[in-house]
Ligand binder design. Structure first.
Ligand code: NAD
Length: 260
């Protein structure tokens, strides 16, 4: 079991964030959930995790585009759990379009949620992590933090940006027991990916089944999706004592995508 006690996972009502939150609960951590969704479903999720793993699970609906709500989320986590030992910056959105048609509001939203929100959460937890001499920060980047694809200008820019942020925070935390790493998944079959299949089909003039086979799985030499459980297990490892000297790194979990 990890020495870390309390974790905050942004965007954890769905997909990868939920998979990471569940893995941290299974490792014995208390978890603050965040993200959007149906209130009854989120409450059922919170109760299920808490009862199944015998840990405290809370929920805060902060909008990660709003710095004041992000500061409120950190304050609520400290007040309900006592500390933020593990911060997982996961909330993210996607939009697919040729750059000349890319809507400006979509660019702004992707940069705000996928990049700037991590700056605001880190800024709000960092002094306390340094003071207590331990902390784990994990940024869910992407294979698109290391390589590009067409029609994803904002997403690729934000994901490359968060890898730069990861390295900088690793250096600032290095002598204080605070590590900061990026996880770079390939394709995971979550709602975020499901939603971009029709958009990619339109942008490339392809059928949706062709997009899955020729664009999505074509990128991954294993020809298989990554699972949320595999990403959760990597996050648990990065929280462990064994990972104390792993910092500033980008961990690919992408079926060999960026090795090509
Ligand atoms: P998802 O759509 O299943 O989940 C996204 C989560 O973020 C949800 O909980 C949603 O409510 C939350 N969210 C969205 N906007 C928010 C906002 N403004 N404020 C608070 N919460 C908000 O997506 P996912 O595929 O699980 O993606 C999670 C992360 O993993 C993202 O950062 C994404 O870029 C990254 N990622 C996903 C894949 C993939 O193939 N699915 C691959 C690489 C990286």
């Amino acid at each position: 079991m990890s020495a870390q006690k309390n974790a905050l996972v942004t965007g954890s009502t769905s997909g990868i964030g939920l998979g990471v939150a569940e893995a941290l609960c299974a490792d014995g951590m208390n978890v603050m959930l965040n993200g959007f969704g149906d209130a009854d479903e989120i409450e059922a999720l919170r109760t299920r995790l808490s009862e199944r793993y015998n840990v405290t699970v809370c929920y805060n609906d902060a909008d990660m585009t709003k710095p004041d709500q992000i500061r409120g989320l950190i304050g609520d986590t400290v007040s309900k759990l006592g500390s933020v030992d593990v911060l997982v910056n996961n909330a993210g959105i996607q939009f697919v379009s040729p750059v000349e048609e890319f809507p400006e509001d979509k660019w702004d939203a992707i940069i705000a949620i996928n990049l700037s929100s991590a700056f605001h959460t880190i800024k709000a937890v960092f002094a306390d992590m340094k003071l207590r001499g331990h902390g784990r920060i994990i940024n869910i980047a992407s294979a698109h933090g290391l390589v590009a694809s067409p029609y994803k200008s904002a997403y690729v820019a934000a994901k490359h940006g968060i890898i730069g942020l990861t390295k900088t925070i690793a250096l600032e935390g290095a002598e204080h027991g605070v590590t900061c790493n990026a996880i770079c998944p390939g394709y995971v079959r979550t709602p975020l990916v499901e939603k971009q299949i029709p958009d990619t089909a339109a942008a490339r003039g392809m059928r949706e089944d062709e997009v899955v086979q020729k664009v999505i799985l074509e990128a991954q030499p294993t020809k298989q999706f990554v699972t949320v459980e595999q990403i959760g297990a990597l996050a648990v490892f990065l929280c462990s004592h064994a990972a104390a000297q792993i910092t500033g790194a980008s961990h690919q979990i992408d079926g060999g995508w960026v090795a090509k």
